[in-house]
Design a protein around this ligand. Sequence first.
Ligand SMILES: [Zn+2]
Length: 440
Amino acid sequence: MSIKPRTSTLAHAVLLATAFGTVPQSWAADVASAPIAIRAAHLFDSVKGTLVDAGVVVIDGGKIVSVGSGLAIPEHVRVIDLGDATLLPGFIDAHVHLQSVSTDSWYQDFYDGIMRFPAEQALYGAQYARQTLEAGFTTVRDVGSTDYVALGLRNAIRAGAIPGPRLLVSNYAIGATAGHADQDPYPPQRIAPAGPIMGVCNGPEECRAAVRYQIKYGADVIKFMPSGGVLSLTDPVDIPELTQEEMNAIVGEAHTWKRKVAAHCHGDLAAKMAIAAGVDSIEHGSFLQDDTLLEMKKKHVFLVPTLFAGVWVGEKADTFPAPIAVKARAASAQIQQMFQHAVRIGVPVALGTDAGVEPHGQNAREFALMVANGMTPAQALLAGTANGAELLGIADRMGTLQAGKVADIVAVPGNVLDDIRATAHPLFVMKDGTVYVGPH
Ligand SMILES: [Zn+2]
């Protein structure tokens, strides 16, 4: 192994920067180490959940050094003045699928999903990652991908090779044969059925192995499927698809390895079992009953409601194969009502969209849907910032604008509490101190 001199690494990085038309974050701190002050008419304080005027954030070397209202800016500091806008922490989406595509045709999406080579999928994924970042989402959690595509994206983004949000990935989602994680569409004589390495497990020991395989190949989080899903052909949407012993094995093993566990649940009984097993979040939650929501509040289990996906599959139901259309209509009819109950009860909520089921880069529509279903604009913003950071286990570095945290900063036009839909039009996006949208 030879160690390259610093100059040669930098020269290589410059070549990369030219090729991709952007600044790789791996050396961004070298070229932009001078402090910068970002100023706007408003600033959202996601510690208190309130808005302050005359917001200023001073950053240096990719970190926030000071934040405040009307903060004096030292003379030598360059100022980016965004005018009548609101500064916020970079948005966090706790539920995406960066390799999945959503067109007008379920059949086309299904065909592309199984026929594209992993390298081809990764190139599409790179486009989706860029769209997601440019939409103001500086951190996202990918909860289910195949062929390690999301993992590859995570590593390439982390190394500065491509622009994209900071990624936490689960690799394969884990579930039983014939369940929502078993997406092998072939008759049994054509191809060997998937096993634990690809997330398909039966019995507690296989389920433990499935968790270990995902971790062995780099998973930051474990995603599993206690209940049926909407977009799979063979399983009812609301039944439990794993036994209590299997769920206990998955959650216990993941927690031993210090990985959080996200549970895909539409059905209420499956959610009750998953909560008893000790999960950290329930994703979707379409048919959750009030007693289950109360239990989540008591145990501080997050709800990741994916309202955007619920609306989307409801609108597209007529284009789906008949068994999926029935499930899509049923889940879509319930999810918003369930969310209204969750808000009234006070369940902790983290924003998640299921982007990939619907097109990428429109993640901020979830904010407006949460407000339309009972949250205040400030509560919705907390769900997509501080709460997301807490659920992902990164609250020490992200989720709020505070001194010492990573410089992930978004600005949207006007006063965001007056119009939550402004979140869909970010005019400034910074991640790790590098500007991806707006004035540099
Ligand atoms: Zn999903």
